[in-house]
Design a protein around this ligand. Structure first.
Ligand code: IPE
Ligand code: IPE
Ligand code: MG
Length: 225
């Protein structure tokens, strides 16, 4: 049996289909998806998982979803950030955002920075939220920063290079959960998930609960590592 995973990454998929099955708008699905995050955090703390990373918006979502959906998703993110930050801080959760935030409105960039600053000393659980993130973007920006650092070594080691990736200060994920039934990684953590155990479930993200999380942890416990 494996020990519990230290870092669990989650691709939160299926909000749109969940909304459709309830005859509601996609945005209603996203709102209920945001609610599911709270129980994930409480469960993770009880399980003593130290890092949870959530794929909240991919580079592809940002580029190719309708302007209206992206605008509403950013509004929801901004609302959640302001509404939940005090409670997250009180619970000892450290927040970290990854992705290309330069495209976001100034108020979101500022709110995200303030939340990171406020919670930077917390150690109970680290919550990484990936927005306008993709694994290829992460590797590309790392290459750019590596080159700009003026490092003229002709040999590039994985260790040197990986310092420039956006989650370099955190351990790689031990377990990746994807809801919504599709069995692909959709450009999430391409470098970091090299040895990650994968768990796919048909459950749509707003229906994710402790039982599904437990099933994922049981799957992980039985994997040969
Ligand atoms: C995941 O749900 C949330 C985001 C990508 C923002 P979807 O919006 O992809 O929902 P489906 O896959 O269409 O059901
Ligand atoms: C993956 O879901 C991205 C997030 C959950 C943020 P998508 O719905 O965007 O993935 P694809 O398009 O089905 O691969
Ligand atoms: Mg989807």
């Amino acid at each position: 049996m494996n020990e519990k995973p230290k870092h669990v990454a989650i691709i939160m998929d299926g909000n749109g289909r969940w909304a459709k099955s309830h005859e509601k708008t996609r945005f209603y699905g996203h709102r209920n998806g945001a609610k599911a995050v709270r129980s994930v955090l409480e469960f993770s703390i009880r399980q003593e998982i130290s890092t949870v990373s959530l794929f909240a918006l991919s580079t592809e979502n940002f580029l190719y979803r309708s302007k209206d959906e992206v605008f509403r998703l950013l509004g929801l993110f901004n609302y959640m950030l302001r509404k939940e930050i005090a409670a997250l801080h009180k619970e000892g959760i450290r927040l970290k955002f990854v992705g290309d935030f330069t495209v976001f409105p100034e108020k979101i960039i500022t709110a995200a920075k303030n939340a990171e600053k406020l919670t930077s000393e917390n150690t109970r659980l680290t919550l990484i939220v990936a927005m306008n993130y993709s694994g290829r973007w992460d590797i590309t920006q790392a290459v750019e920063r590596y080159v700009l650092s003026g490092n003229d070594n002709s040999v590039v080691t994985e260790n040197d290079f990986s310092q420039y990736l956006s989650m370099s200060e955190f351990p790689d994920p031990d377990l990746l959960i994807r809801t919504g039934g599709d069995q692909r990684v959709s450009n999430f953590m391409l470098w970091q998930a090299a040895y990650t155990e994968l768990f796919f479930t048909p459950i749509l993200w707003p229906d994710f609960n402790d039982d599904v999380f437990t099933a994922a942890l049981n799957h992980y416990a039985l994997c040969q590592r």
